[in-house]
Ligand binder design. Structure first.
Ligand code: NAD
Length: 466
């Protein structure tokens, strides 16, 4: 297991002399101690990325860059089972989910590999005396600050398009989950990715993350994480006026109308709210149910969800926070229909039973904040206008969903819902090709698809008098 920093194509100990203790969230046992980058280490990594940007990476034709990213996808595929097992141990997620994550990582690298030679500028019609055109240039050295819920998935989502666009990168994994990013680094050389193009610097947010955001050679930052940290990253980026992409949290409403296909809903709700133990930015976390259906659906949901076996939450602190929020809601009159605490028979690990809650007072934290756990709030609504008002009454705006057989209603709502994505009669729709991102507190900028590549280019206008 790799535990050192990966800088300029080689593993090396951190000059900082400090380490991160990485736990197995299912057993609470230590899994590894990983070097933690300090400011000097981050500086070395950014310098290496800046050299690589001017060096061999810049001299490759875009099609050749793409070929190397295809080779990287093949290298990941060859060891995907090992990476999935490591991801499952470090995050606590079930192996089947980690395998799905790896399949997504491979698809992402292939998607962006194929786009490397298709980033085209434009010719601008200025008249007979001037030829005007745009060049798409790589943004430069990019910083990628990652969360712990999909460690390799989130790495791929921002790193693959950055590399396809010709950028070089410094990646800071989350403190809790640095292991697969380091294992991934071992594959770069065999895929022909030159030293310095990708650097991996585990470390704390306050030290390594801030050093990265402040570094004068970093030309752009992609941040995926919480709202509070996103604001901090943006403030640091503002000091140097560099662009940021902020992929922040969600509090995603799913609207179920009385005419909905309930069997389909019940099949979708398990992954929608409980996959990755609910630790997904785009998880369904508020189920708004049209009043005549409410009692019947609540009963069926308890039957469906109550016995699910889920992986643990990432940390003791995260579970304690969720339990606090549930306790506050209960004190305010909320009713816990199932779950609400650790599952029976689990003496170790940061487990939380799948939890359904109704009658949650609107002012409490459970109603307002992202919970990021297997907790689904149930709330009745009367009609379309009421559903829309409740759905939009949130500071977040990542995803919203509608289950109805009335297509006109679904499309009216799709326009009116304040969210970066709207999913109709399904959940977790979309893929590597479809852009994702938020509005309001959920952030801005879009990842995945062709818009995701445009985060990593800048436009130069070239005008020639004829
Ligand atoms: P977090 O904000 O605590 O940490 C995210 C990253 O930021 C970590 O690598 C951390 O070390 C770093 N960081 C912390 N303080 C920093 C600072 N001052 N300067 C620079 N970097 C700093 O988030 P988390 O708890 O790891 O992740 C969970 C959050 O991520 C949830 O809110 C979730 O919704 C969000 N998320 C969003 C998306 C999306 O696409 N919108 C995807 C996955 C996760």
């Amino acid at each position: 297991m790799r535990t050192e920093l990966f800088v300029d194509g080689a593993f090396r100990p951190a000059a900082s002399g400090t380490r991160l203790l990485v736990l197995d969230p299912a057993s609470e046992e230590p899994l590894a101690e990983v070097d933690a980058a300090g400011p000097a280490d981050v500086h070395e990594a950014v310098e290496a990325a800046a050299r690589a940007l001017r060096g061999p990476w810049a001299r490759l034709a875009p099609a050749e860059r793409g070929a190397r990213l295809f080779a990287l996808a093949a290298a990941i595929e060859r060891v995907a089972e090992d990476l999935a097992r490591l991801e499952a141990r470090n995050t606590g997620k079930p192996l089947a989910e980690a395998r799905d994550d790896l399949a997504g990582v491979i698809k992402t690298f292939r998607y962006d590999a194929g786009a490397a030679d298709k980033l085209e500028g434009a010719t601008i019609p200025l008249g007979p005396e001037v030829l005007d055109l745009t060049l798409l240039e790589p943004l430069g050295v990019t910083a990628h600050i990652l969360p712990w819920n999909f460690p390799l998935g989130m790495l791929a989502r921002s790193l693959a398009p950055a590399l396809a666009a010709g950028c070089t990168a410094v990646v800071k994994p989350a403190e809790e989950t640095p292991l697969t990013a380091l294992a991934f680094a071992e594959l770069l050389a065999e895929a022909g990715i030159p030293p310095g193009v990708v650097n991996i610097v585990p470390g704390t947010g306050e030290v390594a993350g801030e050093a990265l955001c402040r570094h004068p050679l970093v030309a752009g930052i992609t941040f995926t994480g919480s709202v509070a940290t996103g604001r901090r990253v943006m403030a640091l980026a503002a000091e140097r006026a560099v662009p940021v992409v902020l992929e922040l949290g969600g509090k995603n409403p799913l609207l179920v109308f009385a005419d909905a296909d309930l069997d389909r809903l019940l099949a979708e709700i398990v992954p929608a709210a409980f996959e990755n133990a609910g630790q997904v930015c785009s998880a369904a976390s508020r189920l708004l149910i049209q009043a005549p259906l409410f009692e019947e659906l609540a009963t069926r949901l308890v039957e469906r969800v109550g016995g699910l076996e889920l992986g643990p939450l990432i940390s003791a602190a995260q579970r304690a926070r969720v339990l606090d929020m549930v306790a506050e809601a209960r004190a305010g009159g909320a009713r816990i229909l199932c779950g609400g605490g650790p599952p029976a028979g689990r003496a170790h690990g940061f487990f939380l039973a799948p939890t359904l809650v109704r009658d949650v007072p609107s002012g409490c934290r459970l109603a307002r904040e992202e919970v990021f756990a297997p907790v689904l709030l149930l709330e009745p609504f009367t009609d379309e206008a009421d559903a829309l008002a409740r759905a939009n009454a949130s500071g977040f705006g990542l995803v919203a969903g509608v289950f109805t057989r009335d297509l006109s209603r679904a499309l009216r709502l799709a326009r009116a819902l304040e969210a970066g994505s709207v999913w109709i009669n399904g959940w977790y729709l979309g893929g590597q090709q479809a852009p994702t991102g938020g509005v309001k507190d959920s952030g801005f900028g879009r990842e995945r698809g062709l818009p995701g590549l445009l985060n990593y280019v800048r436009i130069k206008n070239l005008a020639i008098r004829l």
